[in-house]
Write a protein that binds this ligand. Structure first.
Ligand code: SF4
Length: 157
C-alpha cells in the first residue's frame, strides 16, 4: 500500500517562512525519513494567506477568530485565506494528518497567545489548526511526534 502523506508546517523542516525570516527546524529521524520518502507536504498558512516574510508578529484575540499584528493591523482575512488554502492543499494531497508548529496563531494546537502581546498563553488553537481539525484532519504539534508517528502507523502505513 502507498504510504499516506503528512501536512507539515514549512518552518519545521527549515524553510525560512517565520515572521522574523527564520525557521523552526527540528532534528528528528522520522521527519527526515518522511521527507526523504516524499511524504511531507510542507506549507506556511501565513505565506499562503499573502503575508510577507518577514512580517510583524500576530496574535489571535482571545475567544475570537480575529487576528491582529503587533503594529495594530487587522490580518484576520489573510489568516482565514491561509487556512482555507491549507485545507485545500491537504485535501488535494490526501494527507492523513498534520504536524503543526506549537503556539503559532495559525498553526498552534491547544495553546496559543492571547492577543495582548504579553506572552500570555490561552487554551485555544491557531486559525489553520482549527479549520483542519473541524474538517476531520488530525493535528499533532511537533512536541507530539511520538504520538503522530503512532497514529500514522495505525493507519496501515
Ligand atoms: S504560519 Fe505556521 S508554518 Fe508559517 S511560520 Fe508560522 S508556524 Fe511556521
Amino acid at each position: 500500500m502507498k504510504e499516506q502523506k503528512i501536512l507539515i508546517s514549512a518552518c519545521l523542516i527549515g524553510e525560512n517562512v517565520k515572521y522574523d525570516g527564520g525557521h523552526n527546524a527540528i532534528s528528528s529521524e522520522i521527519i527526515h525519513r518522511w521527507k526523504e520518502e516524499g511524504l511531507l507536504v510542507p506549507l506556511c498558512p501565513e505565506v499562503l494567506g499573502g503575508l510577507s516574510v518577514p512580517r510583524p508578529t500576530c496574535e489571535v484575540i482571545k475567544g475570537t477568530n480575529k487576528v491582529i499584528c503587533k503594529t495594530g493591523e487587522d490580518v484576520s482575512l489573510a489568516f482565514e485565506k491561509g487556512a482555507t488554502e491549507s485545507l485545500k492543499i491537504a485535501k488535494e494531497e490526501g494527507v492523513c494528518m498534520a504536524i503543526l508548529k506549537a503556539r503559532s496563531p495559525s498553526c498552534g494546537k491547544d495553546v496559543i497567545y492571547d492577543g495582548t502581546f504579553t506572552s500570555t498563553k490561552v487554551e485555544d488553537s491557531g486559525i489553520t489548526c482549527k479549520l483542519l481539525q473541524e474538517s476531520g484532519i488530525p493535528v499533532f504539534s511537533e512536541e507530539e511526534l511520538a504520538l503522530a508517528y503512532a497514529f500514522w502507523k495505525s493507519k496501515g502505513n
